[in-house]
Write a protein that binds this ligand. Structure first.
Ligand code: VTB
Length: 330
């Protein structure tokens, strides 16, 4: 039987796979304590504080490249912030400590705490702008869908590749007025449209999870969320194409300062995540991908998915936290 040899430099990366679970778990618990309070900012801040504290314990020399905002706003976990205890490898980090602040504030399904990590210089440094996205799950020939093709063509081509009628295709989009024409065009093909109010990191990942019944993700969402989703698809397979929406001089300037030379560039997964990566997400409220945090008398339970692109391993980790509950730790 062939054995898998672990190189010394891979050892730390494998350890970090488990360590980043702690990071998203703690962010999720802190946000979940504020579920349903109608307090978006407070829940987000609680998740940010917890994530930052846990990140700073890790043996990494990390730079936040996708974070809570740009440096002039100087929030915590801003783009460019250094995290980690500096004793380990130089890494790029993308975070969304509370993806779906509104979902959490209203205690609606699908809020998560999420992170991606990769070797320094390999994650796209994207400004906090919109991004046009298209994504499908694994198992299709490359190029079967295209960001620049009409939505209806993409649905028809995907149906053909899947060997089904368009009626058997389900597309997922953010429920926004800007998508009205696209939704109408997709429905005209006979395909079903599923709408989400927020949370398109999970939305994109759903295309790679057969149990969700989602075949394709389409539309305009946040760029930070796009890079996080690309990291997940790099681990589990699937195709994704994206383009930043840089529709003003000011946005193009901000992007240029982050090293983006071509504002119209169409990004593939390999352009957004240029090497091996780790991805983790913990449920804050229950959704199709993850269960939300549950609080009982002695135990807090979390549900996390963690992925490693080097091997494509996906772990689902249900954790019981006793100390956190006993001492009411954040
Ligand atoms: C999406 C969604 C996020 O922002 O990226 C969306 O995944 C895009 O922005 O959860 P608009 O809300 O302006 O459409 C979120 O909803 C987070 O704010």
């Amino acid at each position: 039987m062939p054995s898998i040899t672990v190189q010394p430099n891979q050892l730390l990366e494998r350890v970090l796979t488990i360590e980043i679970v702690r990071v998203t778990e703690r962010a999720a618990v802190s946000a979940a304590r504020l579920r349903g309070r109608g307090a978006e900012k407070a829940a987000d801040q609680a998740a940010v504080d917890a994530m930052r504290r846990e990140l700073n314990k890790l043996p990494i020399d990390g730079t936040v490249v996708i974070g809570e905002g740009e440096i002039d706003e100087a929030p915590m976990l801003f783009i460019g912030e250094k995290v980690g205890n500096k004793s380990g490898p130089k890494v790029d980090i993308a975070v969304d400590p509370l993806e779906g602040t509104t979902l959490c504030a209203k205690n609606m399904p699908g809020a998560i705490a999420t992170i991606a990590m990769a070797e320094e210089g390999t994650l796209l440094h994207a400004p906090d702008v919109y991004m046009d996205k298209i994504a499908i799950g694994p198992g299709y020939p490359k190029g079967i869908v295209d960001l620049d093709a009409p939505a209806a063509d993409n649905i028809l081509r995907l149906a053909k590749a899947k060997g089904v009628k368009p009626e058997s295709i389900t597309a997922l989009l953010l429920d926004r007025p800007r998508h009205a024409d696209m939704i109408a065009a997709i429905r005209k093909t006979g395909a079903a449209v599923s709408l989400i109010t927020d949370g398109d990191v999970a939305g994109v990942i759903h295309t790679a999870e057969a149990k969700t019944g989602i075949d394709i993700y389409l539309g305009v969402g946040g760029a930070p969320e796009g890079v996080l989703a690309a990291a997940a698809l790099r681990c589990i397979g699937g195709q994704m194409q994206c383009r930043l929406v840089l529709d003003t001089e000011e946005k193009r300037d901000r992007a240029a300062k982050m090293g983006i030379k071509d504002p119209r560039k169409k990004y593939e997964i390999a352009d957004m995540v240029r090497g091996d990566c780790l991805f983790a997400a913990t449920g804050v409220t229950s959704g199709a991908m993850l269960r939300g945090v549950t609080f009982s008398k002695d135990v807090i339970e979390t549900d996390t998915v963690v992925m490693r692109s080097a091997t494509g391993t996906v772990r689902r980790i249900t954790a019981e936290h006793r100390e956190l509950q006993k001492f009411h730790l954040d």
